[in-house]
Write a protein that binds this ligand. Structure first.
Ligand SMILES: Cc1cc2nc3c(=O)[nH]c(=O)nc-3n(C[C@H](O)[C@H](O)[C@H](O)COP(=O)(O)O)c2cc1C
Length: 187
């Protein structure tokens, strides 16, 4: 029997009951039902320093900050599929998730300046929710750049607008759509 697929979920939601995190949970539950190994980290629970932009990593290929970024890196590198779920804040990603993305500069340096060979290609899924009807493209561009440094192919997305207005029934329909999407992914 082959190795179980490992799925790593990253939540930028403010609580386990937040809509973005409930959609991530629906996705991870569906992967679990299909026999995949699941790991999940909420960025609210981890300690992340901001990239100071002083470019020390450009020579060494090493980031000076020693914090929970290593937890994310380890899980990303050991997973086959990465699922990120985030609310939209001011048309973009919440600041703490953006801080995680900025910290990936060291991986960009390793890949593009130091020409280190990258990880095997992986698959990436982005789930996002927004209170009104924003354009999800700003967040999507950032997530694509984040995926790119880890050789993650942006393969699927699920966006839900008007979360500040929709009924529970409409939200449950969205949960059903996410489950359907994951069923297709693991087919
Ligand atoms: C700081 C902040 C900024 C927000 N900015 C936007 C925005 O630009 N566009 C939008 O449609 N909704 C915006 N919202 C609404 C959230 O996207 C919406 O409530 C979403 O459901 C929150 O995700 P959650 O349920 O996972 O917490 C904002 C909410 C907060 C707290």
């Amino acid at each position: 029997m082959g190795r179980k697929l490992k799925i790593f979920g990253i939540s930028a939601g403010p609580s386990p009951a937040s809509r973005s995190e409930l959609l991530l949970k629906a996705a991870l539950d569906e992967f679990s039902k299909a026999g995949c190994e699941i790991e999940k980290v909420a960025v609210r629970d981890i300690n992340i320093s901001f990239c100071d932009g002083l470019r020390g990593c450009e020579k060494s290929g090493i980031c000076k900050w020693k914090d929970d970024m290593q937890i994310l890196e380890g899980n990303i590198l050991s997973s086959d599929i990465i699922v990120i779920s985030s609310p939209i804040y001011f048309t973009s990603l919440p600041a703490k998730l953006k801080a995680v993305v900025d910290r990936c500069q060291v991986y960009w340096v390793q890949k593009n300046l130091l020409k280190k060979s990258g990880p095997e290609p992986k698959r990436g899924i982005f789930i996002s929710v927004a209170g009104r009807e924003p354009d999800f493209k700003h967040a999507e561009i950032i997530i694509k750049a984040f995926f790119n440094v880890f050789n993650i192919n942006f393969s699927d997305k699920f966006y839900l607008s008007n979360t500040d207005y929709i009924s529970n029934k409409q939200f449950e329909e969205a949960v059903g759509s996410v489950k359907k999407l994951i069923k297709e992914v693991v087919k």
